[in-house]
Design a protein around this ligand. Sequence first.
Ligand code: AMP
Length: 297
Amino acid sequence: MQNNTLLIVGSIAIDSIETPFDSRKNILGGSTTYSLVVSGENVPTSIVGIVGYDFPKEGKKIFKKYSNNLDDLIISKGKTFSWGGKYLKNWDDRETLFTDLGAFEDFKPVLSKSNQNHSHIFLANIHPDLQQLVIDQSLNSNKIIAIDTMNLWIDIAKDSLHNVLSSSDILFINESEASLLSGKKTIYDSASIFLDLGLKIVVVKKGGQGAELFSNEENIKIGAYKVNVVDPTGAGDVFGGAFISTLAQGGTLSDSLVNGSAMASFCVEGFGTSCILNVSEEELEDRKSNLYSTLSS
Ligand code: AMP
């Protein structure tokens, strides 16, 4: 059995992003990519995913650097999944401009022996049927499973998503997705419905307002570290990757909230992964100590 190791399944993408002020074409993205870059710094992290023949060298380097093993990274003959998104003036609303599945269309995660026994699993944003396949192949009976999702899957794959949720321990979800999934207006009512599904922890992400953690025993609130937002893409994936890897390292729920929020604050300061790839230890500690002071329960 492997202790304190993390497996991530999600998307590996080439993104094109437009914000109210600027844009970038064909930059490295995907829910796995964002979460791996932060979790790989904390615990041995492996990934299961697919890229196409066109996946850039710079992306391969990053995956090699942050992954414990790449046994289950498939390099396919198709094109890498690509996604385009546009943020509106208020930053909260995002339009999907295009989704080109490419190699992702036929992707079925298959876990090698080396990846069947991780203590922690992060089901990053991806179709819930693919998340389920990873759960089904994970043999560690004490595993802790965290899941992230998006409005698309709540709209088109709600039953599959419910199945995954009932096998998971921790849910990361933003406020609007929480309402869409639960049918309830407040995050308190939503969280109580999610906990009734068998989840042990629900973390509602509130963007610039911070986040709130719910379990049957406690409710912890955290503020946000204020920064100048350049590109919010991936902040949720970074939050989730930092949260679950801090927990896998033996951190408390508060430590996990603080690290998740601190790393997400770096993420939004630049396009794509540019800022999370260059976090200074000193600046991270500074943001964490600021965020510890915003905790309340
Ligand atoms: P977030 O901003 O946390 O929602 O994550 C953004 C990342 O999700 C981008 O880098 C996209 O490549 C990826 N993404 C967007 N749509 C999908 C989708 N339908 N399935 C999987 N990943 C996606």
